[in-house]
Design a protein around this ligand. Structure first.
Ligand code: CDT
Length: 314
């Protein structure tokens, strides 16, 4: 038996500060149409796919800040995406900055949604691992103020859709093994994650040459160790003077990259993903019920930071 989903990793080149939502949405629509023409049922867009990666600047003015967020989804400028998806019978994942109002209080999240082939939102995820810093740090070549612009989400859920079990995460989440395992424990068969990853990491420039290696390392390991497809999609290229890695790719449950983008611009990488390929990993080497030992892992949820033995009471 096979359950096939033809998936497009829809990489985006840079989005500039002055680019209108309308212009960005036109690029997304072009990806949807091309993916449809190539027989895809699902298109995966990057993190913060409607705007430039604004956490690289410190903005205090509320109105200026709000302009980067979506107060509703779909909204006036994004509705066309949902309508086109429904017409083409193609689903999509997209990341965006969410402005929610909860009990009369404004809340801000780095969010992704999964939209099915009828144009309906079937899942929403709010980024758990927010990297960077919360204070203005003007000494940096560029900032990474996700802790200033967003509150963290609180769970890794999965949803039934596309004939399988689908999960979502965003960018920095892909570096943490917990991200994959929590979804793995819910039987996930495809994890979609958009990212915006600068080549240069100001606090650790010694890692810069390894940025693509680390990108692939974490996603390939997460796929294999949980017997799941992983679709990682970049916003790439030189965005407002910040060089971002590309390397969008689709990874099989074996951990092998089966399709990848080769440019730093708008590009599709497409793969025919058989969700039933997950089974041989989930029922043998990574049969969790048979082999896991949660009683030995209690520190994972009890402790956040590392404490070295000499710091512990005797
Ligand atoms: N967007 C995002 O999460 N980017 C981070 C950059 C980390 S450097 C502060 C990433 O993990 O790729």
């Amino acid at each position: 038996m096979s359950r096939i989903v033809n998936v497009a990793a829809a990489q985006l080149g840079p989005i500039h500060r002055t680019d209108s939502r309308r212009a960005v949405v036109a690029r997304l629509l072009e990806h949807l149409r091309n993916a449809h023409a190539m027989g895809c049922q699902l298109v995966v867009f990057p993190e913060l796919a409607l705007t430039t990666f604004f956490p690289r600047w410190y903005v205090e003015d509320q109105a200026e800040m709000d302009a980067y967020y979506e107060a509703e989804m779909p909204g006036p400028e994004t509705r066309i995406l949902f309508e086109t998806a429904a017409q083409l019978r193609i689903g999509f994942y997209i990341g965006y900055a969410e402005l929610a109002v909860e009990n009369g209080v404004k809340r801000r999240y780095n969010t992704s949604i999964l939209v099915d082939q009828s144009g309906k939102i079937i899942g929403k995820y709010r980024k758990v691992h927010l990297p960077g810093h919360a204070q203005n740090e003007p000494w940096r070549a560029f900032q990474h103020l996700e802790k200033y612009y967003f509150e963290p989400g609180s769970s890794f859920d999965v949803w039934r859709g596309f004939d399988g079990i689908m999960g979502m995460a965003l960018c920095n989440d892909r570096r943490w093994s917990e991200t994959y395992r929590v979804m793995g424990l819910q039987g996930v068969e495809m994890i979609m994650m958009g990212y915006n990853t600068p080549v240069h990491n100001p606090p650790a420039p010694e890692h810069d040459d390894l940025s693509m290696f680390h990108n692939q390392l974490v996603m390939q390991a997460g796929a294999y160790q949980n017997g799941t497809w992983v679709v990682g999609v970049a916003k790439a290229g030189n965005e407002e003077g910040c060089e971002m890695i590309g390397g969008s790719c689709i990874i099989a449950p074996s951990g092998e990259i089966v399709a990848a983008c080769s440019t730093k611009g708008d590009e599709l990488a497409i793969a025919r993903c058989d969700l039933d390929l997950c089974r041989s990993y989930k029922t043998t080497t990574f049969n969790f019920e048979r082999h896991r030992r949660p009683e030995a892992y209690s520190l994972i949820t009890e402790r956040r930071g590392a404490i070295e033995p000499e710091a512990l009471p005797a």
